[in-house]
Design a protein around this ligand. Structure first.
Ligand SMILES: [Zn+2]
Ligand SMILES: [Zn+2]
Length: 350
């Protein structure tokens, strides 16, 4: 398969079946790397549909067939895992190479161009802006120096400790940050197959729990990006219009739920030439899974209604089980806490 073919496929069909048979979804996008060398004790045997040797009466919650992973390294299998309360459980595991089907733009190189989006927070409250001359003028008016006399934007590739929401604090008084994508990095996830409420709330926060879940494209969902303005300096991490960017030396991750990103951009008054084109916008279906294994839906339930009974983690027990919803209007909009038990190793870098 070629890159452009995949792009076309994704652009046309996005998270609906990319091909004819739904069961081919994961194998269809298998990467050319043959590192199917089963990882971390994962059971051999290629693609499974999650029905391997189940003894429990309740079905698994996670459905591998919903995923459409561009750079799949090894397909979903089930393995023994340990949860954060010390109990033994069964988890799905999948290994993904760090490459989205399509991403960008991030920072524009001049003030006559338009890039993606970013959060500017001079008052400590992150507000979503398009990366354009209007934002640079706003930042310059606040005393930061981000555009030179020739109209060139100060674009910096941030470095920092490996991944997981790290990165060094800003060291300039005005920069747009575009991290390099490390497309050789592999991430292995462990997600409880039968999620269980923990009775408490886990806040998603660097470094212990940097990601709230996994998107159906196999890339992690993150809550708010780090602050832009710190200690009188400003460095603004660029997001592409679907809400994603690479971590310096770490996973590409989504700060906006990619399937709801255009709704969020609309709701936040972002100019209409900055929109997510690569990922189909979906509100009333599963868009990913929390790190605890509970499904994450878009802003609506499958019947098209917007739930009004969500808890502090944007979850509720409805339609046959506990699940989360993301907002179609908040920016950022990914869930920021979890109600279930997590595997002790949700995302492992390789
Ligand atoms: Zn980030
Ligand atoms: Zn719901």
């Amino acid at each position: 398969m070629t890159y452009s073919k995949k792009i076309t496929c994704l652009a046309l069909l996005a998270f609906t079946a990319c091909g004819t048979a739904g069961d081919e979804s994961t194998t269809d996008s298998a990467s050319t790397t043959d590192s199917a060398s089963a990882s971390d004790g994962a059971t051999e045997g290629g693609a499974t549909d999650g029905e391997t040797g189940d003894t429990g009466a309740t079905p698994d919650v996670l459905d591998p067939a919903l995923f459409h992973i561009f750079a799949l390294v090894s397909d979903f299998t089930k393995v023994d895992c340990t949860l954060t309360d010390g109990s033994s459980s069964t988890c799905y595991t999948v290994t993904v190479r760090n490459e989205p089907a399509q991403w960008g733009p991030g920072c524009p190189s001049t003030d006559s161009e338009v890039g993606g989006v970013g959060f500017y927070d001079p008052d400590g409250v992150p507000v979503l802006y398009a990366l354009d001359a209007e934002l640079w003028a706003l930042m310059e008016a606040d005393g930061f120096d981000i555009v030179d006399d020739q109209g060139n934007v100060n674009v910096v590739a941030p470095t920092g400790p490996p991944g997981m929401g790290g990165g060094d604090p800003p060291v300039t008084n005005g920069a747009c940050l575009d991290a390099e994508l490390v497309d050789t990095l592999e991430m292995t996830y462990f997600i409880p197959a039968k999620p269980a409420l923990s009775g408490s709330t886990t806040q998603v926060a660097v470094p212990a729990v940097p990601y709230s879940g996994i998107s159906l494209d196999g890339l992690p969902l993150a809550p708010a990006p780090p602050p832009t303005v710190m200690g009188g300096m400003a460095a603004l991490p660029a997001l592409d219009p679907c809400g994603g960017h690479p971590e310096p030396d770490g996973p590409f991750h989504w700060h906006l739920t990619p399937q709801e990103s255009n709704h969020v951009l609309d709701a936040n008054g972002i100019r209409d030439d900055v929109r997510c084109g690569a990922i189909e916008q979906v509100s009333d279906a599963v868009i990913g899974y929390g790190a605890d294994g509970f499904p994450i839906y878009g802003s609506q339930d499958p019947d098209g209604t917007t739930p009004g009974d969500l808890d502090e983690c944007h979850g509720h027990d409805a339609l046959g089980g506990y699940h989360y919803h993301v907002s179609a209007t908040d920016a950022p909009n990914n869930i920021t806490c979890l109600k279930g038990l997590l595997a002790t190793n949700f995302l492992v870098r390789k």
